[in-house]
Design a protein around this ligand. Structure first.
Ligand code: E4P
Length: 215
């Protein structure tokens, strides 16, 4: 399973990239708005830090404008995946961008039927938002199970990118279901390597090592 960071903050990306296990980055307009820098400048820097897909979202809502914006974003770097919202205009734009060889991450997915349409339109990734479903009183992980099953049934090559992740259990459950990718905020990513028994165990090993006679 690939692990992506869901942020537009380059310091967070630099930190996780230095651990050697970062496969890609997702951004969205809300995350970019927190950075007070131009989107293009952020994207160029992020693409220099990560050797993997970097999702950049369009803000147009009509297909012709989405396509033009997607083409502009894709020209910034070969690793850019254009993020397109799940609307009928978005489906048209996805199909058109795909036919031009531009890879698309379809976003704001809240049902398995929406995901099926994204796969048929040729999206490279679909992004179901599980945390927002949980917040809404639905079980987000059930959506992942449905999408993984449907994509396996029909051998779609579209990858399931689990988004809107709130805690490490979401990451574990996505892995158990066979999701292709999980994108998560830095606050979740930094929890993954930690376990109190690891810290205690290391402390004890280092303490015991002091008792070993030095040659
Ligand atoms: C996905 O690509 C989105 O950027 C993101 O995961 C949304 O998460 P949120 O629901 O925490 O805003």
């Amino acid at each position: 399973m690939k692990l992506f960071l869901d942020t537009a903050n380059v310091e967070e990306i630099r930190t996780v990239a230095s651990w050697g296990i970062l496969d890609g980055v997702t951004t969205n307009p809300s995350l970019v708005a927190k950075e007070s820098r131009s989107f293009e400048e952020i994207l160029r820097e992020v693409c220099g830090l990560v050797d993997g897909p970097v999702s950049a979202e369009v803000v147009s809502v009509e297909a012709p404008a989405m396509i033009a914006e997607g083409e502009r974003l894709a020209r910034i770097h070969p690793n850019i995946y254009v993020k397109i919202p799940m609307t009928t205009e978005g489906l048209k734009a996805t199909r058109a961008l795909r036919s031009k060889g531009i890879r698309v991450n379809m976003t704001l997915i809240f049902s398995s039927l929406q995901a099926l349409l994204c796969a048929k339109a040729g999206a490279s990734f679909v992004s179901p938002f599980i945390g927002r479903l949980d917040d809404h009183g639905e079980t987000g992980m059930e959506l992942i199970e449905e999408i993984v099953t449907i994509f396996r049934n029909y051998k779609f090559t579209t990858e399931v990118l689990v988004a809107s992740v709130r805690h490490p259990i979401h990451v574990k459950e996505a892995a158990l279901l066979g999701a292709d990718i999980v994108t998560m905020p830095f606050s979740v990513f930094e929890k993954l390597p930690r376990h109190p028994l690891t810290d205690l165990g290391l402390e004890r090993f280092l303490k015991d090592w002091q008792k070993v006679p030095k040659a």
